[in-house]
Design a protein. Sequence first.
Length: 110
Amino acid sequence: MQELLTVGAAAVETGWSARMLRYLEDHGLVAPRRTGAGYRLYGLPELNRLRSLKNLRAEFGLELAELAFALRLRREPRLREAVDAWLAAADDAGSWVEWEQRKHERLLAA
């Protein structure tokens, strides 16, 4: 059977602080199991995810907030569509006028 580690032991094993492990969980980047009493338990899949997260950040210079936002984009289709539309508008110099007009129309209707 696979050994499960507490948050403190997982922190030592991976080089992340216990506080950072809680932050990662709060932002949905890592999901440790929980005991009946609510204690976090980290198994091999979670430890590997933490290690690969360090590698990903090092290779691409990612901030955790950027990664958390990328996760939000995957989970929230409306947000993804809005961001995609906003980015596409930047490619089309004339469409910003339309975007502003729609924004003002929404404000007036509210």
